[in-house]
Design a protein around this ligand. Sequence first.
Ligand code: CU
Length: 455
Amino acid sequence: MEQFLGLPPDGSAHGPAIDGLIVLVHWLMIVLFIGWGTFYVTTLIRFRKSKNPKANYGGVKSHFSTYAEAGVLLVEISLLVLFSIPLWSKRVDAFPAENEATVVRIVAEQFAWNVHYPGKDGIFGRTSISLIDADNPLGIDRTDPNAKDDFTTINQLNLPVDKPVLIRLTTKDVIHSLNLPAFRVKQDAIPGMLIPVWFTPVKTTDQIREEMRRPFSVASAAKRIKKVTLPTTSMMTIVKGASRSGEMAMQDYTDTTGVTVVAKGDMLTGETVEKLTTAGIKEVASRSMAKMENYFSMEDVTTPSGEQIVAKNDALTEDNVTKLVAAGIKEVTARAGSNMDIFVLMEDVSAKSGTQIAAKGDALGEDVITKLSEAGIDQIVVAPATPTEIACAQLCGLGHYRMRGYVTVQTQDAFTQWYNDQEAAVLAQFAPPPADSSGAVAPADTTSATRESAH
Ligand SMILES: [Cu+2]
């Protein structure tokens, strides 16, 4: 059932309990669906008009439906009392002790997750709204002694494995919702409220990625290589007030004073047609849109004079197509894209001769796929590059989809190392200038710990 539901991999201690409950609820729904469906169909057949020309006001005499309803109620109550409530009470009541947990503050904003670590002193420094700016998105007051070692990241949450995490969640602007699908955590962030959330990651991000290994057929990518025909330039008559949708100009057009009204590559919208006709132009050299952005050239294409137009693996964007068409190229060998760049290779891949083509961890860009396919590799093993993500589960604005962060669960050692590095960077950045300084104080590194983790 769990596989059938397609739940994401689970990396938290309480995850199996939640997944188990989801499975139970689905079983109940299946039973109810079959029950109600059968009842409906039976009713239609049994009480059809031909057999029951006259309505019977007496109704059903049997008590079966009462028992069935009581049974459903009993199952629902036990789901609630035996599973849901105990699970929920642990999430919202049984918080870990602060000295035994990784304590993090997360402040959501349109459209980012600001993560605030207290540094080794374990105490969050004072923050103030008046100090918030682009370089200090949390408004940390560096004059507060407790704030000296505090550091922040944007859209990056590092955590050690097998240790409870206590997140203090809030938001600067609207309601957001912290969603860590791989850890079965989802909690709304409410302006003005500090909401605690806790869970225990039991797998590192690397382990979860290993679990998500799956084969990818390079051979199927190779099959999508074909010759694509490019559009041709033709002279098109334009009429005032009519757009030529899907067409684009293939040369620059100027009015009588020499001002460019339409540039090569501009779409012939109602607006541009208006400009052209106003400038007295009646015919335009144009081509139809190619819509081949997801095709990648499999060859270097040069003009007859030897100038390169597109390189191998370049996307056939409208811009590139314009260049190709202008150079009189009619056909290009291209491959429909695989859109695998959010995946990484999970093993080193070598050609038959033994030379390595790609290494474990390499992102699966179109160029890598081309290389593999040319080496005659049929199948590789891949996994998502970022299997543990932060999403916002609230439609919090037009940039909502950009509110994407990354969780990196590491071993305790790797986490401590990371933590120390971050803290050292921030201590160095905000260190007071040396007293014997001749005035030449090195400027603070602007690519501080807060920014370098931003994706
Ligand atoms: Cu949001």
